[in-house]
Design a protein. Structure first.
Length: 171
């Protein structure tokens, strides 16, 4: 049943995307368009007024808003640990999180040479946007790239591509 619901939502998203293209609905393609649009609107004539918020999206990088935290984990379900250096991509139905590190995760002792690798996360998580829950897609027991932090990741169709700069060997 869940699969049918997800397929329905994916189909609905594609239909809406087609209708938006057919009806020529203006879409945001990249950050540069937002900044240029905002700059044009703001510089047109300061005395004539500020742009109508229903018509123009203004990019405000330093605006801070307080939001109420809601925990969506139910019945002790899993979720990823806090991390840095990870990469995230998304499609219509899910957000994928790969790798990352958290130096606070490893307890270091004097004779522990492996502590640095324990703070790296060799895992791929998926956040289902419809169900609002995390699931571990691949963990340390799967074959995953060794580049776990500060890499690049892209979603091409249904394929995740992870890449990084290869190690330099001085010969």
């Amino acid at each position: 049943m869940r699969i049918l619901v997800l397929l329905f939502y994916k189909f609905l998203a594609r239909v809406l995307n087609f209708l938006n293209k057919f009806l020529n609905v203006p879409r945001l393609r990249n950050l540069r368009e937002v900044v240029e649009l905002s700059a044009e609107e703001m510089s047109s004539d300061a005395s004539t007024a500020v742009a109508d918020s229903d018509q123009v999206f203004c990019f405000r990088p330093y605006e801070v808003k307080r939001v109420k935290y809601k925990s969506y984990t139910k019945n002790g379900r899993s979720r990823p640990f806090a991390r840095s250096g990870h990469r995230i991509v998304c499609d219509d139905a899910a957000i994928y999180c790969f790798g990352g590190f958290n130096p606070n995760m490893a307890v270091v002792t004097e004779d522990d040479d492996d502590a640095g690798s324990r703070c790296l996360f060799q895992e791929l998580w998926k956040y289902d946007i419809v169900r609002k829950e995390w699931s571990l897609v691949m963990g340390p027991n799967h074959v995953l790239p060794q580049e776990l932090a500060s890499n690049a990741m892209i979603l091409l169709g249904e394929t995740l591509i992870v890449s990084s700069v290869p190690k330099r060997t001085d010969n």
